[in-house]
Design a protein around this ligand. Structure first.
Ligand SMILES: Nc1nc2c(ncn2[C@@H]2O[C@H](COP(=O)(O)OP(=O)(O)OP(=O)(O)O)[C@@H](O)[C@H]2O)c(=O)[nH]1
Length: 223
């Protein structure tokens, strides 16, 4: 086919997203609300690791988000490096009604930096906004930390559903846009390389749309 930049249309995208944050901030319930529209008022602490694959539509394109949830409690924590391996997005969650869960965000970000090997698209999530009277972390405080650390920011409630889908969509959309830019840039680069090689003659490139060795594949993991 002509090298027209459309070959990515036929690719499937699978993005690994990890959820981190202290115990009981609501990670499992955010995922349950997003993936199944469910909420558990008395959910138990996560033991080990769970994940859900969720189909999403971004810019008319079907994308699968493989969302990983692990225990915030140290004693239940699964093997850290395996949990982070291949992650391209992260939700770092705290509970707006417990300031101590906000104080540990720096530690979670350090862990993310240590174990993930590329620039992970990260959103800071202040959960439990339905607990208005018990709020201990202001929106301004959350926003300021996110800005200082270069993160996206959102406040959510898994209980009343507010902003839950938006939190996941923000991360997945940004990953998809970064990936699209990278694919576009590498295509432009290839075009330039070939036009200089062709010495002005017309060159038609054959591209294998399923070729694994491209920028897109680095953003994906196997299903
Ligand atoms: N009011 C309110 N409670 C919530 C919300 N999200 C979660 N909870 C409650 O908070 C508790 C802990 O929620 P989980 O989702 O299990 O928290 P977690 O972060 O996954 O906890 P670990 O598995 O221990 O890491 C449960 O009792 C939930 O019902 C929310 O948005 N609002």
């Amino acid at each position: 086919m002509d090298y027209n930049g459309d070959e990515e249309q036929s690719q499937d995208y699978l993005f690994k997203i990890v959820m981190i944050g202290d115990s009981s901030v609501g990670k499992s319930n955010l995922l349950a609300r997003f993936a199944r529209n469910e909420f558990y008022p008395n959910s138990k602490a996560t033991i080990g690791v769970e994940f859900q694959t969720q189909k999403m539509n971004i810019d008319g394109k079907e994308i699968k988000a493989q969302i990983w949830d692990t225990a915030g409690q140290e004693r239940f924590k699964a093997v850290t490096s395996a949990y982070y391996r291949g992650a391209v997005g992260a939700l770092v969650v705290y509970d707006i009604s417990r300031h101590q869960t906000f104080d540990t965000i720096g530690r979670w970000l350090n862990e993310l930096k240590t174990y993930s090997n590329m620039n992970v698209v990260t959103i800071l999530v202040g959960n439990k906004t339905d607990l208005k009277d018990a709020r201990e972390v202001s929106t301004a405080e959350g926003k300021a930390l996110a800005e200082a650390q270069g993160l996206f920011f959102i406040e959510t409630s898994a209980l009343d559903s507010s902003n839950v889908a938006a939190a996941f969509q923000t991360v997945v959309r940004e990953i998809y846009h970064i990936l699209s830019r990278k694919v576009f840039q590498s295509q432009e680069q290839k075009k330039q390389d070939f036009s200089s090689l062709s010495n002005g003659r017309k060159v038609i490139l054959e591209e294998n749309s399923n070729g694994g060795n491209n920028d897109a594949s680095r953003y994906c993991c196997s299903s």
